[in-house]
Design a protein around this ligand. Structure first.
Ligand SMILES: *Cc1c(COP(=O)(O)O)cnc(C)c1O
Length: 420
């Protein structure tokens, strides 16, 4: 956990060299704050473990797609994993390269395929035969050959929340393991496709290495069958999904995770293949916090509520997955703590950010919601006509607004009323 980027100095939380109090005063709340140093440190843990090996890192854009965040990774030489042509546009705008970008996702449109082929992406991660057919037709219409990999569902249990587990038989994702060999034969027979790899993505917030080793074993079994059928597999994409510490989880160290997987693939006699990693949460999650101010304290018979100015529209993970985020006052207060549910102003009982939290706070205090750098701002909405928060990136002693706070006028700028 990149705790060091967000640490207390004389009782005041700082993002690198900048105090959370001054950030909130200058830019308002709710406010997403990212640390360039923390993003860099997490990415480098992957990149350093891959150095000198046949391995590369494709950062999953959907975890945090702010241009400044993508640009930090692009400057470090990262590749990217995208799930829409919108994300491709962001990668290119942020200085990333199409030839280092892999295109994942279960429902790519013909238009998205065309844009990605024109840009020259490195690989399409395809999930079904109809998708292979569509990609082959699009590539043929452009006089191109599309590089493809099949996302295989290895049917391993990642031991995570059902909404973020993706590699079980009952999930919508991937080609069923038992159908994969035949699907590879179909892909190899299509004239405008070029099979280059195999991939999987078994879930998210996985805090053990063993499900990955199980998945890799299943993939390697298939690779041997596919090559026996005469199709060469150049790369193995092990997906993303490595967990982070939100609370008391103890995820493996990133470097150890990478090394264990690469050594395992080597030991199985597949070390000549390139290995792709697609981390999202583990490179951005603990590089961001969400600052929010307490509007009211509302004592109740059964529960005390701290009503804050951030809500489920700003950070959806608690409402969506019952996810835990650590919450703490940005300025430590020498007062008695009480137990609060930390909730937002949105008109939904599901609008909560933390439950049963021991906090020494008063109205007007500033709170920091930790581990908000992944699946935070990107999942935010305008529900209740709430303008989305600003995003700031701290770099040493400097803070840069990397996305301006929305204003209400922008929110209905595209709407019109009937003429009569
Ligand atoms: C979401 C996703 C990732 C990133 O997952 P994390 O859990 O954030 O690491 C990687 N690859 C694919 C295909 C994804 O859909």
């Amino acid at each position: 956990m990149s705790q060091s980027a967000f640490a207390f100095v004389d009782g005041v939380l700082h993002a690198e060299g900048v105090s959370a109090v001054s950030l909130a005063e200058q830019f308002g709340t709710p406010l997403y704050v990212y640390s360039r140093a923390a993003l860099t440190q997490a990415y480098q843990a992957y990149a350093n473990a891959c150095a000198g090996r046949r391995a590369s890192v494709h950062v999953a854009v959907k975890a945090n797609s702010n241009l400044a965040v993508l640009n930090v990774f692009a400057r470090l030489g990262a590749g990217f994993d995208i799930v829409s042509s919108g994300e491709l546009a962001r990668v290119l705008a942020a200085g990333g390269k199409a030839e280092n970008t892999v295109f994942s996702g279960v429902g790519k449109s013909a238009g998205e395929m065309r844009e990605a082929l024109a840009a020259g992406v490195k690989c399409f991660n395809v999930e079904s035969i109809p998708e292979l057919d569509r990609l082959n037709a699009v590539a043929a219409s452009m006089g191109k050959t599309a590089p493809v990999s099949l996302r295989v569902n290895p049917d391993v249990d990642p031991k995570t929340h059902p909404y973020i587990s993706t590699g079980l038989k009952a999930n919508k994702f991937g080609v069923a393991f038992d159908d994969a060999r035949a699907t590879y034969r179909a892909a190899a027979s299509m004239p405008n496709l070029h099979v280059v790899g195999i991939d999987c993505h078994i879930g998210s917030q996985i805090t053990e290495i063993s499900p990955y080793l199980d998945a890799v074993d299943r993939l390697l079994e298939l690779v041997e069958q596919i090559e026996a059928d005469g199709t060469k597999i150049h790369h193995i994409d092990v997906g993303g999904g490595l967990g982070i510490q939100y609370d008391t989880e103890t995820p493996p160290d990133i470097g150890e995770f990478v090394k264990t997987l690469l050594d395992h693939i080597d030991a199985r006699g597949h070390g000549h293949r390139e290995v792709f990693f697609e981390p999202g949460r583990s490179v951005t999650g603990n590089a961001g916090i969400l600052l929010t101010r307490v509007e009211f304290l509302k004592p109740g018979e059964e529960k005390n509520f701290a009503i804050v100015d951030a809500a489920m529209n700003d950070l959806a993970r608690p409402a969506m997955y019952q996810a835990f985020h650590a919450i703490e006052p940005a300025v430590t207060r020498d007062a008695a703590a009480h137990v609060y549910d930390v909730v937002g102003p949105v008109c939904e009982s599901g609008d909560w950010l933390g439950r049963d939290r021991q906090l020494a706070i008063e109205a007007g205090d500033l709170l920091a919601i930790r581990s908000a750098g992944a699946y935070g701002f990107v999942m935010s909405s305008n529900y209740n006509t709430r303008p989305r928060a600003a995003e700031v990136m701290v770099d040493g002693n400097d803070a840069h607004v990397v996305r301006a706070r929305e204003n209400v006028k922008d929110l209905f700028a595209g709407e019109t009323v009937l003429p009569k």
